[in-house]
Ligand binder design. Sequence first.
Ligand SMILES: Nc1ncnc2c1ncn2[C@@H]1O[C@H](COP(=O)(O)OP(=O)(O)OP(=O)(O)O)[C@@H](O)[C@H]1O
Ligand SMILES: [Mg+2]
Length: 203
Amino acid sequence: MIEVRDLVVRFGDRAVLDRLTFTVVQGELLCVLGASGSGKTTLLRAIGGLLRPTAGEARIGGEPAESAWRRCAYVFQAPRLVPWRTALGNVRLAQELRSGRANGEALRYLDMVGLAALADRYPAVLSGGERQRVALARALVVEPDVLLMDEPFSALDQATRARLRDELLRIWREHKRTIVFVTHDKAEAAALATRQLVLTKRA
Ligand SMILES: Nc1ncnc2c1ncn2[C@@H]1O[C@H](COP(=O)(O)OP(=O)(O)OP(=O)(O)O)[C@@H](O)[C@H]1O
Ligand SMILES: [Mg+2]
């Protein structure tokens, strides 16, 4: 599903990613680990087509990054919800942006993350964990082939984090998505991953 070949990303003189090659098969849940600054977010951005690599390539389902972004959805570390839209409105917005219009699926996805009862709430009156659930529903609603998640639960307390992790595993099993999940928490990676990729920081 994902092919990363000889990927190089340089910022100035420094190669943050230096000839990285690996593949992720359909349905895998790959956890990417590594110290702060080792290039985890950079790798995710290159896979999602948010950053053009210096050399090499990342393909999704055989497509190059320029068009592959349509097959991905991104969950950022902070939920990044639109404040003047309700929880449901935020999920619908993702559909509108992707396909031009929203449909009834938005509520189904909010229900899937346990938030149907709060569909009409605005982000300002949701807790951090609830906002992150909306962000997860917003990523899932476009039915991406690949879900790219950048430390999505790191701002949450342990209990909420464990609950969302279980929910993610349930959704992953049910829907057979391919997931790349960045974390610096080894226990989290051990609980989630079918495979782990550890990046080391270069001088
Ligand atoms: N656009 C950019 N321009 C210059 N340097 C950058 C840019 N983006 C990232 N970097 C640098 O590249 C390195 C890797 O950054 P990256 O964000 O991928 O790290 P990370 O592994 O995600 O770290 P963290 O765990 O702190 O999120 C860092 O040293 C960062 O300062
Ligand atoms: Mg990062």
